[in-house]
Design a protein around this ligand. Structure first.
Ligand SMILES: [Zn+2]
Length: 164
């Protein structure tokens, strides 16, 4: 099982090979490996995805079909295609946003967000810096974390059977 998942992730990484994999480590304020101009992001993203990923907007609760997606697979950043969550860590939080208890290794970065007058922890893609959502400490075990994601900022890739 572990082996087939690794193979799948490698395949995904290969499909995103147009993006440079080498570069500086991502930080909340520094340069990202995938860095486009605002005009390029506008061209690449839907208006809804641009609002979330590049303007830190929040989609309407219960608006994303991914909220009720339960198939096995991988959720990738809609901005740069970096795999960010395994469906194994997805759970129904009842909030109306796709929720996960753990990201894939090195997939995301966090920063402090005080925009609503209360401290929250923003979650963004480690490769393009795109805003994905927030993380809260009221999630299920084993992590106790709830990664509250905007579905429009994610692209779901259902798992395929080996050999297809
Ligand atoms: Zn990204």
């Amino acid at each position: 099982m572990q082996h087939s998942r690794s193979t799948f992730l490698l395949a995904l990484a290969g499909s995103a090979a147009t993006f440079a994999l080498a570069g500086r480590p991502a930080t909340a304020t520094g340069a990202y490996k995938v860095s486009l101009s605002e005009a390029e992001w506008h061209r690449r993203l839907s208006p809804e995805a641009y609002d979330v990923l590049r303007q830190a907007g929040t989609e309407t609760a219960f608006s994303s079909p991914l909220d009720h997606e339960t198939r096995p697979g991988i959720y990738a950043c809609a901005g740069c295609a970096l795999p960010v969550y395994d469906a194994k860590t997805k759970f129904d939080s009842g909030t109306g946003w796709p929720s996960f208890y753990a990201p894939l290794p090195h997939a995301i970065a966090t920063s402090n967000d005080a925009s609503l007058g209360m401290p929250r922890t923003e979650v963004h893609c480690s490769r393009c810096g795109g805003h994905l959502g927030h993380v809260f400490d009221d999630g299920p075990q084993p992590t106790g974390l709830r990664y509250c994601m905007n579905g429009v900022a994610l692209a779901f890739h259902p798992a395929r059977k080996a050999g297809t």
